[in-house]
Design a protein around this ligand. Structure first.
Ligand code: UT7
Length: 329
């Protein structure tokens, strides 16, 4: 007898984790001043909306942060690690070249056997990972997935470059995504345009036992800003149309937390009041693939996002990559 395939996947638990060292703009400005790099709390707040970020201690890795977030998500879902049959980790700052951070987290969770892999789509990574997990659940390849975004961007920041080092932070977020006969994820869409590889990149690599090229993050902020504003509106509208929903059906918008101006601009274009915009960029900075699950978990735990709410998640970042997921929580 063939069992019917699950028609949907649904988030059943969220979790997140931030390293304990919180660095305010003023503290960062003071540290940078010692290197002769000039910035200020006023500039950072006015241009980005960021007030503080968290930095991991040198010995703490993305898999350490992802493991903690995963434990919280499992607890919220009422599941144990042994129930999980798929682990996907979205990260651009993995612990090692290989094995994947997903395999390291699987080992930390004390489970063995289920597929575990990393997915690299920079700041769109979580939306990509959620879409892949949803597809695997719908085809019956998995039934209970851990989808994690975990980053230690502090490792790849150039603290002599004030145009980038004030923007990013470390952290992790996770969800448990389960097969369900109720939606769940309603629609999603992913995109990439490799013509723009150079506007946001960490171009270094390892070869012959040496780091070749520059292993620190480079960004043409204005080029990224312009592209992000355009694609975030388009992809949200496309995903709404696929799901047969309207702008007004969105209860909560969680865009990638990179810059409050891009986020508010997107909300306005979708005619959403700013109260429906979940904002954590002020306290977390840009945590790349971790930013969306961190913001989701924060909104759930502070009682804003409730069961049944319709939530739009939107990622955008290096590659150039972008995508959106619309879901009923
Ligand atoms: O995670 C992937 C997605 N990433 C993003 O979405 C990032 C998108 N881009 C942005 O968020 C913005 O472009 C930035 C926040 C990166 C920059 O904001 P901006 O309003 O585009 O500033 P700008 O690059 O035009 O720079 C304005 C001025 C420049 O000085 P001059 O040339 O006008 O004299 C910069 O040198 O601000 C200066 N500046 C700073 N001043 C103090 C740049 N960084 C700093 C700084 N502190 N940290």
């Amino acid at each position: 007898m063939t069992l019917p395939l699950p028609r949907y996947s649904r988030i059943t638990g969220t979790g997140s984790f931030l390293p304990s060292r919180r660095v305010t703009n003023a503290q960062l400005a003071e540290e940078l001043a010692q290197r002769g790099v000039e910035t200020s709390d006023e500039w950072i707040v006015a241009r980005t909306g960021i007030h503080a970020r968290h930095f991991a201690a040198p010995e703490v890795t993305a898999s350490d942060l992802g493991f903690e977030a995963a434990k919280h998500a499992l607890e919220a879902a009422g599941r144990s690690a042994a129930d999980i049959d798929l682990i996907i980790v979205a990260t651009s700052t993995p612990d090692m070249i290989f094995p994947s951070s997903a395999c390291l987290i699987q080992q930390k969770l004390g489970v063995h056997g289920c597929p575990a892999f990393d997915l690299q789509a920079v700041c769109s990574g979580f939306v990509y990972a959620l879409t892949v997990a949803d597809s695997m659940i719908r085809t019956g390849a998995a039934s209970k997935a851990l989808v994690i975004g975990a980053e230690v961007f502090s490792r790849i920041l150039d603290f002599n470059d004030r145009t980038t080092c004030v923007l990013f932070g470390d952290g992790a977020g996770a969800v448990v995504l389960e097969a369900s006969d109720q939606p769940g994820l309603l629609a999603s869409e992913l995109h990439a345009d490799g013509r723009h590889v150079g506007i946001l990149c960490t171009p270094g690599t390892v070869a012959g036992g040496k780091v070749l090229g520059d292993p620190l993050l480079k960004m043409d902020g204005q080029a990224v800003f312009k592209l992000a504003v355009g694609v975030l509106e388009d992809v949200a509208r496309s995903v709404l149309a696929k799901a047969g929903r309207q702008d007004a059906d969105i209860d909560w918008l969680i865009p990638h937390q990179a810059n409050i101006r891009i986020m508010q601009g997107t909300a306005k274009k979708l005619k959403l009041p700013l109260e429906k915009l979940i904002v954590t960029v002020d306290e977390h900075g840009n945590t790349s693939a971790a930013s969306i699950p961190l913001a989701l978990d924060h909104a759930v735990r502070t009682g804003r996002i409730k069961q049944g709410d319709t939530v739009m998640l939107e990622g955008v970042g290096g590659g150039f990559t972008w995508g959106a997921v619309l879901l009923d929580f």
